[in-house]
Design a protein around this ligand. Structure first.
Ligand SMILES: [Zn+2]
Length: 124
């Protein structure tokens, strides 16, 4: 297989039971240990509604987020099931400024819902 982050080739160990599986992996074990997924949950009150921010990585890494596409899709599906009533937004990077929070407050008022913002990393 080919690691999207370090661009090196890696091999997945197989045993007798998984010999004919065709699972694809996009990140090698060393990159997975180097850039671990650490979910961070934050709630910011807006004027009338709430903003829930879920960041998948605690730090800003220089990695290709597509290498974690499978894990990110599981996390997003889980969060969508838990927060069905929220307005959902996903972005790779979130630059959280006062203007952006004000914009999200206007969006929440227009949609009349809380906002669930899922991102890979947050910059403040
Ligand atoms: Zn790698």
């Amino acid at each position: 297989m080919y690691c999207f982050t370090c661009k090196k080739q890696f091999y997945v160990k197989r045993n007798f039971l998984s010999l004919f599986e065709t699972k694809k992996y996009y990140i090698c074990d060393s990159c997975r240990k180097k850039y671990p997924i650490q979910l961070h949950y934050e709630e910011i009150p807006l004027e009338n509604y709430s903003l829930y921010i879920v960041s998948i990585f605690r730090m800003t890494y220089k990695l290709c987020f597509e290498s974690y596409s499978k894990e990110i899709s599981y996390i997003v599906l889980f969060l969508l099931k838990r927060h069905k009533a929220c307005f959902f937004i996903f972005q790779e990077h979130l630059h959280l400024t006062d203007y952006f929070i004000e914009f999200l407050s206007l969006l929440a008022d227009a949609e009349k819902k809380d906002i669930l913002f899922v991102c890979c990393e947050v910059k403040k």
